[in-house]
Design a protein around this ligand. Structure first.
Ligand code: TYM
Length: 342
């Protein structure tokens, strides 16, 4: 029997952030360590998704390869035979399936997406690609029958859409797609009580994001470790004078507690108990700054030692395998909707 699939993707527009690392890279790698053998692990770069937000086109190709190096430097074992890496645009079934899915997804569903609303807000011209990106993401997930998709909280609606679309198509045509697990199941599979949402250090009411022009609130994985530590030391907190985990009242402090918990592999409950009602924000920042500084030093050291040709060889091999898997699934839906003979 085929193994169930854990899958995630990270766009390559610009540098990766601490949010990407804690929301998707680290969780996926933890799952690989815990479940390879029982599960297939797909970690891919949705390069076609990269230009839904501004991107330097002449850097995109190299950025994609650099990101793959970062996955490996973060601990992704590409020698593991259950693990596949690939680039979305190298497997044409992704875009072919997207068109079919577009005809089964409602305008209202995409129009409700918070990510779309946030990213299009105040913009004079908004691309159809930005609007339609959850459909392409649905194709990325359904083509490989993914069951678990470790992503940050900001992607929750998109995972729910993929699940709804899989159910809709299966109801109409029979069992074609594996239905991704519900959000709460996704969380418990990751041992989480709530989705991960790392906030900007400067504006902790907002997400830490590479597309926001907020350099002092964002830690890039390529930041100099000392500079990153400085950003944490000057993070916005509050004037309440005691430490509690409460994103409504104390978003800055809660963000630091969350970063500490995720980087030290402890639960938020454990870390909160340790710091509860203490008053020294400087100490809290120092612990977070040291953890982030060590992460970046270690990661950047490892990236330098990774040989690009190893990654390219693995990509070539895996893209060939995944092309066959995706084409077989595409053929099934093409038959179901009447484009191919049954
Ligand atoms: P992207 O590239 O914007 O982000 C990649 C992953 O990083 C997570 N993330 C965060 N998590 C916590 N806190 C943050 N501040 C933070 N910022 C980013 C995101 O939740 C995501 O998991 N559409 C996706 C990429 C994609 C995909 C897929 C993911 C395309 N197809 C199929 C999974 C499965 C995106 O734009 O992510």
């Amino acid at each position: 029997m085929e193994k169930p699939v854990i899958l995630t993707g990270i766009r390559s527009n610009g540098e990766l952030t601490l949010g990407n690392y804690l929301g998707a890279i680290k969780p996926l790698i933890k799952m690989q360590a815990m479940h390879a053998g029982e599960y297939q692990i797909n970690m891919f770069v949705p390069d076609l998704h990269s230009f839904t937000t501004p991107v330097e086109h002449n850097l995109l190709y190299e950025n994609t390869l650099n990101n793959l190096k970062i996955f490996v430097a973060s601990g992704l074992d590409i020698n593991n035979s259950d693990t596949y890496i690939y680039r979305q645009s190298f497997i044409s079934s992704h875009t072919e399936l997207t068109w079919i899915l577009d005809c089964f997804i409602y305008f209202g569903e995409l129009n409700r997406m918070t990510q779309f609303k946030e990213k299009s807000d105040g913009k004079e011209s908004v691309s159809v690609g930005l609007f339609n990106y959850p459909a392409l993401m649905t194709a990325d997930i359904l083509l490989y029958d993914a069951k678990y998709i470790p992503v940050g909280e900001d992607q929750r609606q998109h995972i729910e859409l993929a699940r709804d679309v899989a159910i809709r198509i299966n109801n109409q045509f029979g069992s074609i797609f594996t239905i991704p697990e519900e959000w709460n199941q996704q969380l418990s599979f990751s041992n989480l009580h709530q989705g991960i949402r790392i906030r900007s250090l400067k504006h902790p009411e907002a997400k830490m994001s590479k597309s926001i022009d907020d350099p002092s609130g964002t830690i890039l994985l390529t930041d100099n470790p000392q500079d990153a530590a400085k950003k944490i030391m000057s993070a916005t907190t509050d004037s309440l004078g005691h430490i509690n985990y409460d994103f409504k009242l104390q978003p800055g402090v809660s963000n630091l507690l969350q970063i500490i918990a995720l980087l030290s592999d402890r639960t938020i409950e454990e870390v909160t108990i340790e710091w509860q009602n203490q008053t020294n924000y400087g100490e809290l920042k120092k612990v977070a700054a040291d953890l982030v500084g060590s992460l970046l030093s270690e990661l950047q050291g490892k990236v330098k030692s990774i040989d690009q040709s190893t990654i390219l060889d693995k990509l070539t091999q895996d893209e060939e395998s995944m092309r066959a898997v995706a084409a077989a699934k595409l053929y099934k839906i093409q038959q179901a909707v009447g484009l191919r003979q049954k």
